[in-house]
Design a protein around this ligand. Sequence first.
Ligand code: FPP
Ligand code: MG
Ligand code: MG
Length: 348
Amino acid sequence: SSVIEEPLDPFSLVAEELSLIANRLRLMVDAEVPSLALAAKYFFKMGVEGKRFRPTVLLLMASALNISKPISASTGAPSSVSHKLRARQQCIAEIAEMIHVASLLHDDVLDDADKRRGIGSLNFVMGNKLAVLAGNFLLSRACIALASLNNTEVLTLIVTIIDNLITGEMMQMKSTSEQCNSMEYYMQKTYYKTASLFSNSCKSIAVLADQTEEVAELAYVYGQNLGLAYQLIDDVLDFTGTSASLGKGSLSDIRHGIVTAPILFAMEEFPQLRDVVKQGFHKPANVNVALDYLGKSRGIERAKELAAEHANRAIEAINSLPKTDTDEVLISRRALIDLTQRVVTRTQ
Ligand code: FPP
Ligand code: MG
Ligand code: MG
């Protein structure tokens, strides 16, 4: 049988490179002041690095786009053997992870969270002030890495991620009751908060590889739809997951007054739910009323269906990439597809 039909684990495909990146990240965020270094490395420590989902996607994307091109005019070397390009693409994975962790540090301050990844959140352990500074510090180190890439298009894509993260967070924090009822508003916010990091960093991988605008757009569309599917399932799991398997309190969105896809769909079936949402969820009784409606509705199911739709669009983008018969490229594309399917079938 063909090598591309064998079962594979997307994470083990890039495991070695991931640990390389993990080591480098710890060096990249070292600081003169010991307590700042400690804070910046807090979530890069062994065991609390998280799933490293973003670097995994980006490294697989780099391999998936490694389409052999004509011999390079300037160096005479085939571009497929460019270690230099790979190092630059790894740098995108590092930058994406630094921005992600920075946003988590600030998010935990804003949410007044006490736990993250099974340990005390940085704000809880070292205080809000240090957590804010550590987040800013991670962003500054991400900027330094970005500058070293010397590519203005990539610079614009990556800074757009930060812009979008802030916009998404603001949209969630300050929304009118009309916006709270709007699926469109929710999807836009979700794109900014979660999917932009995937779309713009995937596109950056393609831009660094000097791919055509078409291929770069496919990378963007993959990231965008993977991110949307990921967040939709996250929102479903906030209702259906158990607090132990999620590592955080379940029903946390609704208890914080954050209206997500399952409730939005339930509201379409039961317009009475709009009044409950409008009253807010500071009253625990309202949470129970909303959960009652949700249970009677197809809200959870429809949110899962929407996630599956976006997953399919992500897979379609991968399948639309230029044809190739290089095993490594085919394996990586299959891993990206596999990863997408895992995102929508995951239970934690
Ligand atoms: C997690 O959301 C938070 C985000 C995905 C983004 C938060 C963005 C900011 C705080 C803006 C500042 C951005 C930067 C780059 C410093 P959540 O609270 O819904 O999920 P979680 O707490 O359960 O992970
Ligand atoms: Mg939070
Ligand atoms: Mg938050």
